[in-house]
Design a protein around this ligand. Sequence first.
Ligand code: SAH
Length: 209
Amino acid sequence: MLTVKPSSGMKRKDLEMMLQKVRGFPSPDAFLEQYQTPATIAADLLFSAYSQGDIAGRTVVDLGCGTGILGIGASLLGADEVIGVDVDEDAVSRAAENAESVGSEVDWVVCDVRTFQASADTVVMNPPFGAQKRHADRPFLEKAIETADVVYSLHLAGTEEFVARLITSTGSSYEVQKRYKFEIPHTFAFHTKAKAHVEVALFRIETQG
Ligand code: SAH
């Protein structure tokens, strides 16, 4: 059977340019690990998900959306419905402003991911990496797997084994599809260098549905 995928017609470069306009955290919180995904990485992640049929025409949830870059990008690529969830009200206000400024449509919810309830086709997320609080990404992975059929999630390369074990313990399968160097600018007092790079891995998870 021939399946026709819905298409946004947007090119990767155009998406990246739009996402460069997304403004960062008004007052980043170290404990919540508030680092915005760089536009190049966000665009690459989203385009990859899009080309696998997981964005256009789909219901997409962005868990720990921060200032909204992933949810906004999913909307620009033709997602049917997008919900962005974050515990930080200031970040979500910024996300709503960002969405409006690029003409995307996202529903924003302020709550802890643990209490969020919905079902979706796809989750896209860049959760806390667990640098401040060990395994802070655990509730995100659990919620994402419970919520969607397919999950795209960024994790610190050094935590890959933990992430993989958690995924397979739920009966889900995964593939590490990409690796990125993620630039962390000097944001918090405990940072000693002007900027640092961390290696991150993009997991694509297929859940039990
Ligand atoms: N996804 C965004 C932000 C990444 S930073 C981006 O890619 O740019 C991680 C985000 O997770 C922060 O916005 C932080 O406020 C949020 N967060 C941390 N713990 C959370 C929790 N328990 N529930 C909901 N959001 C949380």
